[in-house]
Design a binder for this molecule. Sequence first.
Ligand code: F3S
Length: 377
Amino acid sequence: MGEACRRAMELLLAIADAYGYGKLIKIRSAHISGISYKNIGDSGLEFIRDLAESGGFVRVKATMNPCGFDLDKPWLFDVDEEFYKKQMEIVRLLKLMGVEETLTCTPYYAGNNPREGDHIAWAESSAVIYSNSVLGAYTDREGGPSALAAALTGRAALTPAHTDEGRMPEVKVKVHYKPRDYADWGLLGYVVGMREPRLIPLLEGVKAGSRDELKYLSAGFGASSSAPMFWLKRGEGCEGGVIEVDVSEVKSVREKWSLTRRPTVVFIGCPHCSLKELRSIAEELKEKRVRRDVKLLISTSRSVYERAVKEGVEEVIRRSGGLLVKDTCLIVSPMRLSKSDVILTDSAKTAHYAQTMTRAMIALGGRRRCLREAVES
Ligand code: F3S
């Protein structure tokens, strides 16, 4: 099956051996992260080039995570010429190998829809947690290289996340907190993940939310935990210990990210916004004007963006002065942010990563608050 496939197989077998199973398992799809040149640099680019030039081609449906900028508006992201060229080369090589240019962390809105019980090989923690916990698929938390290797072979390393025993809940978490908006859902996931970051939790006391709410729960959880999933309900219960998460615990994390100065950047769309979210953002922004001293950045996938353009939703956001972008996000773009910047976001995941990757001040607020702070009063 060629040199690229041989190398990919070797990589996957090394992982399977490390887990003690020594076996590969057939998969239905792959989702590949490590797309942004900011994250993978020259060595990542060379790894992808080697596989492409050795004749690599995908054997299952494979989609791409976001890259360093919106391919139609690179100037919004402080991209220099070298970054631009190398990023475009990464995307070109992946496309050459048959990976779809979805450039989103919500592949499930872009045609990569696993069914319950499907074995898949997905990278991108928020999408992994969502596909395991909400869609009922089976995937480990692949890295960019192993997800690409899986795409090229149609196989993933057999690991505990692909077995029913390996996915049993390991700790019961009694939740005494009612999330009211997306920021709360993300924060709840983040706090649960922080408490027992290696264990699969069974959440008790959490009303199953909408798909979008669960998307934020998954992203927050994935940012602080290394477990592949959570359970929301499970008949037979859980044999592990019990911990409790209450309002005060959630509040203390939220306080760490409170807004004390006017934001210079308001970021919404981590994970990428659904069309439903964009419609409601447009509704809020109708006949309003984004403040001159604020950058309102809203990110989505290109498939959702296209539908937003058709429906006129993109136009409403654009007319207000908001920047609706696709293919990227604040975290994977090389956008320059300084100590004097204040980032306000409604995503616990963005707050978590932004605090380690930038010198800007980070604040977490509900969606309404984010939009209110972004517009002129
Ligand atoms: Fe997606 Fe970027 Fe958040 S890749 S999950 S929007 S950090």
